[in-house]
Design a protein around this ligand. Structure first.
Ligand code: NAD
Length: 483
């Protein structure tokens, strides 16, 4: 049955005249009719937020933490509904969404409930001619926060911003990706059920330019924008908010490198790089697309990685045995396949994959591609410099540590890196030298929500996570008292 996904504004589910279709990328079938918010509806959402703000910002951190915990509890209780909506929108295997997306969505609320309870401020005593002054800081909300999120980890990335924003006493106008409106709509139902005051959480559906996304960015009464998505979209948003001088937090694209040294635990490194290249069909911003392997183990490593790629099971996302889902859309598949073609033009050796699998039945209307490994490209090739955002990596040999670091840093992006070595001295030394906001040593995508998260260069602006989220979603006010 096709669902109806409505906007949620001022505590009510709101329809709009214009709708668009939400499709299941595993079989091309419709999932929902989505009510698109235009500038007028976004304006209603912003005004509802503004009206709710004075009372919400006066609630205590403890009260807000309790709301967040109730939200987490309802997500956990309705985990099956969230799982079904996420799998229908993304085609990701239930084995992935049930372990990663849905539990992490709830965990974001629990984590920021704990963090806001524990957060404190700064206090300084300052000597003055009259005696001394006391300076202390107050953490106050930004106000109305605009949240714009992508499709690759829909609930996880949406709640990663909604939870800290609410924890800090902000009201939000939030837009999920047009590709994945399902779990955000369920989250609005959760907000309704826990009795969050009307106007504190507002959900608007739609696209970017000429639609809800641009309307949030252009609205004069939005006090800050937090965005996760492509680097070029981040640049557009930055231009559009520039003359309003508002805080922005950007989590953007990546072209992440893995460095594998000959002394690494071979099997762990192969399994780790395979996971980091192919998890979520390569559609995690942290995924590895560039693998650099120390020459003595290069051939063996490529063969073992290819074996792992071939062992992946594309198929029906609802089948627990499926380990590889489709890409998010036809349009995205066209983009990924254009890189598969470009790699050949640029002279790559296709070690495995490079095409579209035949799965049979309705799945052949889906957006599947084969997991793909390339070798033999120049470092300057477009396939080694541009983000593909699919299940693909290029493997290149290196001879020295210095060369490995140089290759890893030869990118306009700087989001994440993974180092595989048993020499921890080297691991720590190189971690400091890699230009990336996140470095994993002998692991990948292991996250502690208290730690700073974000990218360098084209990969982002600012950090979220732990107190860094609290800092972005707050204005810090200094109060100076002559004693
Ligand atoms: P996207 O930039 O196309 O869209 C992201 C969101 O922005 C969507 O909700 C979209 O509707 C909206 N949008 C698009 N144009 C807009 C505009 N002009 N004004 C306002 N809103 C606009 O990104 P995507 O394709 O949904 O996501 C994939 C990208 O996100 C990849 O590049 C990936 O690396 C990146 N990503 C980064 C992180 C991170 O933490 N750094 C996490 C996940 C994804």
């Amino acid at each position: 049955m096709v669902s109806e996904y409505r906007n949620y504004i001022n505590g009510r589910f709101v329809e709009s005249a214009k709708t668009f279709e939400d499709l299941n990328p595993a079989n091309g079938e419709p999932v929902a009719r989505v009510h698109e918010a235009d500038a007028e509806l976004v304006d209603q959402a912003v005004r509802a937020g503004r009206a709710a703000l004075p009372a919400w910002r006066r609630t205590s951190a403890e009260q807000r933490a309790q709301y967040l915990e109730r939200i987490a509890a309802v997500i956990e209780r309705r985990a099956d509904d969230f799982l079904a909506a996420e799998v229908a929108d993304t085609g990701k295997p239930v084995s992935v969404a049930s372990r990663v997306d849905i539990p992490r969505g709830a965990a974001n609320f629990r984590a920021f409930a704990a963090m806001i309870r524990m957060s404190g401020g700064e206090v300084y005593e300052t000597p003055t001619p009259e005696g001394r002054a006391l300076n202390y800081s107050l953490r106050q909300p930004l106000g109305v926060v605009g949240i714009i999120s992508p499709w690759n980890l829909p609930l996880l990335l949406f709640t990663w911003k909604v939870a800290p924003a609410l924890a800090c006493g902000n009201v939000v106008v939030a837009k999920p990706s047009e590709e994945t409106p399902g779990t955000a709509t369920l989250l609005a139902e959760v907000m309704d059920e826990v009795g969050l005051p009307a106007g504190v959480f507002n959900l608007v559906h739609g696209f970017g330019p000429g639609s809800a996304g641009a309307a949030i960015v252009d609205h004069p009464d939005v006090d800050g924008i937090t965005f996760t998505g492509e680097s070029k979209t981040g640049a557009t948003i930055m231009r559009n908010v520039a003359d309003k001088v508002r805080p922005v937090s950007f989590e953007l694209g990546g072209k992440n490198a893995a460095l594998v040294f000959a002394d690494a635990d071979f099997d762990k490194a192969v399994a780790g790089v395979a996971r980091s290249s192919f998890l979520n069909t390569g559609q995690v911003c942290l995924c590895t697309e560039r693998v650099y392997v120390e020459r003595p183990i290069f051939e063996r490593f490529v063969a073992a990685l290819a074996e792992q790629a071939r062992a992946l099971r594309p198929g029906d996302p609802l089948d627990p045995e499926t380990t590889l889902g489709p890409l998010i859309s036809r349009q995205h598949r066209d983009k990924v396949l254009s890189y598969y073609a470009l790699a050949r033009e640029e002279g790559a050796t296709v070690v495995t994959g490079g095409g579209v699998p035949t799965l049979g039945g309705k799945l052949d209307n889906g957006c599947y591609v084969e997991p793909t490994i390339w070798t033999g490209l120049d470092q300057s090739a477009r396939c080694l410099q541009e983000e593909v955002f699919g299940p693909v990596c290029h493997v290149m040999p290196f001879d020295t540590e210095e060369q490995a670091v140089e290759l890893a840093n030869d990118s306009r992006y700087g989001l994440a890196s993974a180092l595989w070595t048993s020499n921890l001295d080297r691991g720590h030394r190189l971690a400091a030298e890699i230009d990336a906001g996140l470095v994993w040593l002998n692991t990948w995508f292991l996250r502690d929500l208290r730690t700073p998260f974000g990218g360098m260069k084209l990969s982002g602006l600012g950090r979220e996570g732990g107190r860094h989220s609290l800092d972005f979603y707050s204005e810090l006010k200094n109060v100076c008292v002559q004693m």
